[in-house]
Write a protein that binds this ligand. Structure first.
Ligand SMILES: Cc1ncc(COP(=O)(O)O)c(C=O)c1O
Length: 480
């Protein structure tokens, strides 16, 4: 292995021998921390060639640094930066020491994390993705390895247009699809376009995704919360707000897990038409809607008024950082203009891998496998709550899809009960979020907990649900 090293030599400094310059350079880099403990250095032979000096100069410099304790040298494995002596144990405060006579109370090591935030990364299709990536990389020529169009690799945009049309009824073409670094970047770009058009605010569902609200606010736009009920976004409240752009999750409201009703869909599109407004459709978990409930995306009803947004984060893995927007041509043009000053597009190789994965049916197969798994998990949630008739697991019922369940606390419970339940669950090693975490207007919201049943292992979910059911039963008794 021919390791490289950043070192400059001043050959005009005749009074400073090269061995000394090399020694000083390495010593300084170790002291400043740019050469970290354990870092492997090039062999004296290869560094001598790189620096154009005789090997004996390097042998002398390495020997000196080893003698000074900067390097360790082992026959056969070369020289490495020495590790500092082990730091001394910090003095223990008497207050933190376990009481005499035995260990003190220990935190539960088995944390069951049921918080929303990740998708189903446990099930990432490693082998199939690897096969697609390998085909793409092996076939990459100078075009594939170069810069692609900022809006995304044409091959992926074409494939996405076809895929979204087939599974979500999205009416678009490759030219009107933009590939982004997740929905997060898509939303940030959209906010810039809206600002450039003179808008000052974006309406969001309340409750909704706190991270999305943050993105909007950071772009300089006001975030206006619009209440949601069992039928989805309250379009009457949206119309009354006077705001002309709205971010919605019509397929499966986040985090209430209810679809936007047909009547509300029509009202929302009429609102957009009337006020020359824009609807941003966040279809983050559209892939997990059950076949019978997978109506076409809202965008299919008004492609000139709705920009459709999707992402690999829930269906595959957030680490891919790939998302897409499908919008009216004028909007995609304006998005491209804003993006020119931002970046030079997403990784071309990842995009082409996704294109191949979609084109060869990889995502269809993956989602079909997950469908059975998620149905089993919803049953785990329902069974845990079966003894609590007042607690309906919206999002985990037979007819539901998505990745999380919204559990309203029993009638009579208040915000303080929600907070107490979340704390009590944490004390027992179950991490869960209260409904208040997602609400903009906390006062308007009945207390609840939101359970991400998709991400934990089945045993963590089963154990976590058992704890929650017990706490909910107490809550019920207290509220009665
Ligand atoms: C409501 C919602 N929309 C969109 C996303 C996807 O965001 P991104 O693609 O930036 O990871 C998430 C992911 O957590 C989400 O919860």
């Amino acid at each position: 292995m021919s390791w490289q090293l950043a070192l400059t030599l001043d050959r005009s400094a005749t009074r400073r021998p090269l061995a000394g310059q090399i020694r000083d350079g390495i010593r300084r880099a170790v002291e400043e921390g740019t050469l970290r403990p354990g870092t492997r250095l090039p062999s004296s032979r290869s560094l001598a060639v790189d620096l154009g000096v005789s090997r004996s100069v390097l042998v002398e410099a390495y020997a000196q640094l080893t003698a000074e304790g900067y390097l360790t040298t082992r026959r056969g494995s070369g020289s490495r930066v020495a590790r500092p002596a082990a730091p001394r144990e910090p003095a223990r405060s008497a207050l933190l020491s376990p009481p005499a006579g035995g260990p003190g109370p220990q935190p539960d090591p088995a944390v069951r994390d049921l918080r929303t935030g990740t998708g189903v990364v446990r099930s990432f299709p490693h082998q199939e993705w690897l096969r697609c990536a390998s085909t793409v990389i092996r076939g990459a020529d100078s075009v594939g390895l170069g810069y692609g169009p900022t809006a995304g690799q044409p091959a992926l945009r074409q494939v996405l247009a076809g895929y979204l049309g087939r599974v979500r009824g999205v009416r678009t073409t490759g030219d009107d699809v933009m590939v982004t670094a997740g929905f997060a970047q898509g939303l940030a770009l959209l906010c810039q376009v809206l600002r450039a058009r003179g808008l000052e605010a974006v309406a969001v569902e309340d409750p909704g995704h706190p991270g999305e609200r943050e993105f909007i606010a950071r772009s300089g736009l006001e975030v206006v919360g619009i209440p949601v009920d069992a039928d989805g976004l309250r379009v009457d409240a949206l119309a009354a707000s006077g705001v002309r752009a709205v971010l919605v999750t019509p397929g499966n409201q986040f985090p209430l897990s209810v679809p936007l009703g047909d009547g509300r869909r029509a009202e929302l599109l009429a609102w957009a038409q009337e006020c020359d407004g824009l609807v941003i459709e966040d279809d983050f978990d559209g892939g997990f809607l059950p076949a019978g409930r997978r109506g076409p995306a809202l965008q299919s009803l008004a492609p000139d008024r709705v920009v459709y947004a999707g992402s690999t984060s829930k269906v595959l893995a957030p680490a891919l950082r790939l998302g897409w927007l499908a919008g009216p041509s004028w909007l995609v043009g304006e998005l491209e203009e804003v993006r020119v000053g931002w970046d030079l597009g997403c990784s071309g190789l990842e995009q082409l891998t996704l294109a191949r994965f979609l084109d060869t049916g990889g995502l269809d197969r993956h989602l079909r496998r997950l469908d059975a798994d998620l149905r089993g998990r919803r049953a785990v949630v329902r069974e845990a709550l079966a003894g609590l008739p007042g607690v309906e697991p919206v999002g985990a019922r037979e007819q539901d899809g998505g990745l999380q369940a919204h559990l309203r606390l029993p009638a009579g419970a208040g915000t303080a009960d929600e907070e107490a339940l979340v704390r009590a669950a944490a004390r027992r090693g179950v991490l869960v979020r209260g409904g208040g975490h997602y609400a903009l207007d906390r006062a308007g919201w009945p207390p609840a907990v939101v359970v991400n049943y998709a991400s934990p292992t089945v045993s963590a979910l089963t154990e976590g649900m058992a704890v929650l059911a017990e706490l909910l039963a107490h809550c019920r008794a207290d509220a009665a």
